[in-house]
Design a protein around this ligand. Structure first.
Ligand code: SF4
Length: 405
């Protein structure tokens, strides 16, 4: 039976962090109830279309999913269990911010069947957290990880950011070492990027904050790989390290370019050869799913109509093949070219032969048997290397979901 990953977007935050350009909102907590009702309607509308799929993972992302009361998370999960074929050993993740109020809910989340917690620590230095306008302290981040472990979570992930204003290599190493001294099975490390229209971008433009230094960020990534490797975590994707058997099964679906369903404001999905995205505004999303506002929005070439989908985009076969290649190359093991040719045809693979040869000559890609993967140098220059394989996109491509906030 084919399988899908299910992403549930909960876009509520206490405060908007200075670097954040995610589809997340502060001050909308009064909408949590109606929003969850709309989510449950969306799940019910999609369910018949995915009757032939097994759901192997569920990922509550945001936003700050742990702001949503556990009983409402429980209602969503009960619907998933009732309306979908949820695999018995499904990985069920929720992102959480490390405030003490949220940590107090971990026992309840465990009882509801959540199997994995991803904690957005970002730094273990209070001054760095202050620049990012995070609402928690380093001590709270540490306490939250311990609370998750105490609540029985054997699969706790921490996210850190590097290349922060004023951060040098030594302070980054301290963040890594502190994270790895905690009971975690998974670590995600993301380079700070300054996104347009964020308060951080305004500070960089005005010269009050220095922009990230590419060379230093490369050194910091290298340090992360070294320190995490020494602590027994293996890198399995450009930004992700895990103890054996604790790789994030949900995110692996994205990197394998397999189908997934995203529900919630701004959530994306990919199935039946079509990419789709829901209304990004929570208010419009709720209105679209209210019974008296239902208007059908037809998918191109499919017997599918959904009131909350803002954009459908049929994927030409060459774009699906290109996506599978660059996403697959994000994985440390790379792409199995035999399997790729079986899935997309030998002609699809042949289109990239010259790029492969050029990148190999430059030391950016390496082959081992039927596998092709980024070298260490290629990983440090991943944006440049992978962009060679991205098919031209008529509309800006959304970020992968499930990347921790
Ligand atoms: S970075 Fe995360 S916690 Fe901060 S505002 Fe964005 S979604 Fe919310």
């Amino acid at each position: 039976m084919p399988s899908i990953a299910l992403y549930v977007h909960l876009p509520f935050c206490e405060h908007r962090c200075s670097y954040c350009d995610f589809n997340a909102f502060a001050g909308l907590d009064h909408l949590i109830g109606p929003y969850v009702r709309a989510l449950r309607t969306e799940l019910a509308l999609w369910a018949p279309h995915f009757a032939g799929f097994r759901v192997r993972s569920v990922y509550f992302g945001g936003g700050t999913p742990s702001r949503v009361p556990p009983e409402l998370i429980g209602d969503i999960l009960a619907d998933v269990r009732e309306e979908y074929r949820l695999a018995r050993n499904a990985e069920i993740t929720t992102e959480a911010n490390p405030s003490s109020a949220e940590a107090a809910r971990f026992h309840e989340l465990r009882r509801l069947g959540i199997t994995r917690i991803s904690i957005g620590a970002q730094s273990f230095h209070d001054d760095e957290l202050h620049v990012l306008e995070r609402t928690h302290s380093a001590a709270e981040a540490e306490a939250a990880v311990r609370a998750a472990a105490d609540a029985g979570f054997a699969n706790v992930s921490v996210d850190l950011m590097f290349g922060l204003p004023g951060q040098d290599l030594q302070r980054w190493r301290e963040n890594l070492e502190r994270a790895l001294s905690l009971p975690i099975a998974h670590l995600s490390c993301y380079a700070l990027t300054v996104e347009e229209a964020t308060p951080l971008a305004a500070r960089v433009r005005s010269g009050r904050v220095a922009p990230p230094d590419d060379d230093l960020q490369a050194e910091m990534w290298d340090e992360a790989d070294h320190v995490a490797g020494s602590a027994g975590l293996r890198r399995y994707e450009i930004s992700n390290w895990a103890r054996p058997g604790h790789e994030c099964r949900h995110n692996l679906v994205y990197w394998r370019a397999e189908p997934y369903l995203g529900v919630g404001a701004g959530a994306h999905g990919y199935a039946f050869g079509v990419r789709f995205a829901d209304e990004p505004s929570p208010q419009r999303y709720i209105a679209a799913l209210a019974a008296d506002h239902r208007a059908e929005r037809l998918a191109p070439g499919l017997p599918l109509a959904m009131p909350q989908v803002a954009r459908w985009e049929r994927q030409p076969p060459d774009r699906e093949a290109a996506d599978a290649l660059w996403l697959g190359l994000r994985r440390a093991r790379g792409v199995d070219t035999h399997e790729y040719a079986r899935r997309f045809g030998r002609a699809a693979l042949a289109r990239f032969v010259e790029d492969f040869a050029e990148c190999e000559a430059l030391g950016l890609l390496a082959r081992e048997g039927c596998w092709i993967r980024l070298t260490r140098r290629g990983t440090l220059l991943a944006n440049e290397v992978l962009s060679r394989f991205v098919a031209p996109d008529p509309e800006p491509r959304a970020r992968l979901q499930g990347s921790p906030a």
